[in-house]
Design a protein around this ligand. Structure first.
Ligand code: RTP
Ligand code: MG
Length: 150
């Protein structure tokens, strides 16, 4: 069982719809530990770095417009197999196809405006975390809950 970190963005629609608390609450209740969090507006340059795999795709202009349209909350969570755990909690990309019980399945109907980003591999998590956070902005702490929820 690998202890992993995952980089999460609560996208502009989550902020605009006042769903950040709800989503963070789900992550915390699952047992994931918050080890970094900040609010920022994603610039076009940052968007291109983050979504470098998509820059040449036909949907990128819309993705860029959406992700830079307002503030986001960037979060780093830590936990056992955190990357796949978070991806499971997010649901499929398209909210219409996401299962009930997932974040996108419960709160969204869109393929693009879909509330949350989560790293899709530990390597992506390391790359994306370095885009949004300086090393000193991440915290390390032990918690008595660790042994109960992991
Ligand atoms: P994310 O990277 O944001 O966690 O989402 P994902 O893995 O579920 O989906 P991905 O294929 O990586 O796409 C990145 C984001 O681009 C937008 N998108 N729009 N209009 C479209 O066809 C389309 N496809 C993707 C979504 O915001 C998606 O989350
Ligand atoms: Mg992705």
């Amino acid at each position: 069982m690998a202890l992993e970190k995952s980089l999460i963005l609560l996208k502009p629609d989550a902020v605009q719809r006042r769903l950040c608390g709800e989503i963070i609450s789900r992550l915390e209740k699952k047992g994931l530990k918050l080890v970094g969090m900040k609010m920022l507006v994603v610039t076009k340059e940052l968007a291109a770095k983050h979504y470098e795999e998509h820059v040449e795709k036909p949907f990128y202009p819309l993705l860029e417009e959406f992700i830079t349209s307002g503030p986001v909350v960037a979060i780093v969570v830590q936990g056992p197999e955190a990357v796949s755990v978070v991806r499971g909690m997010m649901g499929k990309t398209n909210g219409r196809e996401s299962a009930p019980g997932t974040i996108r399945g419960d709160f969204g109907l869109s393929r693009q405006v879909n509330l949350i980003h989560g790293s899709d591999s530990p390597e992506a998590a390391a790359r994306e975390t370095a885009i949004y956070f300086q090393p000193e902005e991440l915290v390390e702490y032990s918690s008595s809950l660790d042994s109960w929820v992991c």
